[in-house]
Design a binder for this molecule. Structure first.
Ligand code: ZN
Length: 237
C-alpha cells in the first residue's frame, strides 16, 4: 500500500525541512498551505518557488512530490487581531505570549489538513511545530499535537499519525537535519528559497537567508544557522 503523506508547508525553514523528511520516507507526498491574511504574501510566493526548486534539484524526490493545496482561511484573519495579521509592533503581552500568537491557528491548520488528508487517502500528517526553540505558542507543544491526533482520529473515525520531526530539536539541529537529508544542496535551497521573517523582508540576504535580522523569527533562524555552521562537522569515513 502506498503511504500518502500530507505536509503542512508554509514556505518557512521548519516546514521545508519537514517536507524533505517526508519525501525521504513516504512514496507520495502532498503539501497544504494556508492563506489566512498574513501581513506578508511573500510567504505564499516563497512556497511556490521552494516547491519548484525541490522538483528541479532533487530528481529522486520529484516523482514523490504530488499536489500542492492552498486553502483560503481568511476567516482566521478576520477573527484574530495579531501582529501577524495586522500592522503593528511585535511585542510581548501580559500573558507571556508574543502578540504574534494567532489563537487556534495550528489547531485549525491541523483540522483542515486532516480533512483534506481524509479525502486524499493520506494517513501520515507532518507538521514542523517545535517546543524547543520556539515562540511559546501553546498549540506548538507536543501535548497539544497529541491531543489533536486523538480528537481528529475520534472525530473522523480515522488512524491519522501526526509526525513532528522537529518537536525536540533546536534550530541548529534543524539545519543539521536538512544537511543529513539532502546535503549542502538542501541547506542552500532552504537558505535561498524559504522565508521566516515576521517583517516580510526579502531584499536583505544573509548567510542564513533573507530577512530583517532583528525580529524574533529572524533571531531564532540566524542563531541556529550560525551555531550549525560553526559546529565541527563529523568526518565521514
Ligand atoms: Zn525578520
Amino acid at each position: 500500500m502506498t503511504e500518502v503523506a500530507m505536509v503542512l508547508f508554509s514556505g518557512g525553514q521548519d516546514s521545508a525541512t519537514c517536507l524533505a523528511w517526508a519525501l525521504d520516507r513516504f512514496e507520495s507526498v502532498e503539501t497544504i498551505g494556508f492563506d489566512y491574511g498574513q501581513r506578508h504574501a511573500v510567504e505564499l510566493e516563497v512556497r511556490k518557488t521552494a516547491l519548484a526548486a525541490l522538483r528541479r534539484d532533487f530528481p529522486s524526490w520529484a516523482p514523490r512530490l504530488g499536489e500542492d493545496h492552498l486553502i483560503d482561511l481568511s476567516v482566521l484573519g478576520e477573527i484574530s487581531e495579531t501582529a501577524l495579521t495586522r500592522r503593528g509592533e511585535i511585542a510581548m503581552q501580559a500573558n507571556g505570549l508574543p502578540n504574534t500568537f494567532v489563537p487556534g491557528r495550528n489547531l485549525m491548520f491541523l483540522t483542515f489538513a486532516a480533512a483534506l488528508a481524509y479525502r486524499r487517502g493520506a494517513r501520515q500528517i507532518i507538521t514542523g511545530v517545535c517546543e524547543t526553540d520556539y515562540s511559546g505558542y501553546p498549540d506548538c507543544r507536543d501535548d497539544a499535537i497529541k491531543a489533536m491526533q486523538l480528537a481528529l482520529n475520534i472525530g473522523m473515525d480515522s488512524r491519522f499519525v501526526i509526525h513532528t520531526p522537529l518537536m525536540w530539536i533546536d534550530k541548529a539541529a534543524t539545519w543539521a537535519l536538512a544537511e543529513e537529508l539532502g546535503g549542502k544542496a538542501l541547506v542552500d535551497l532552504i537558505r535561498r528559497n524559504t522565508h521566516t521573517c515576521y517583517q516580510g523582508v526579502r531584499d536583505k540576504q544573509h548567510d542564513w537567508g533573507h530577512g530583517c535580522g532583528t525580529c524574533p523569527a529572524c533571531e531564532l533562524r540566524r542563531d541556529g544557522y550560525l551555531s550549525f555552521a560553526s559546529a565541527p562537522k563529523q568526518i565521514q569515513s
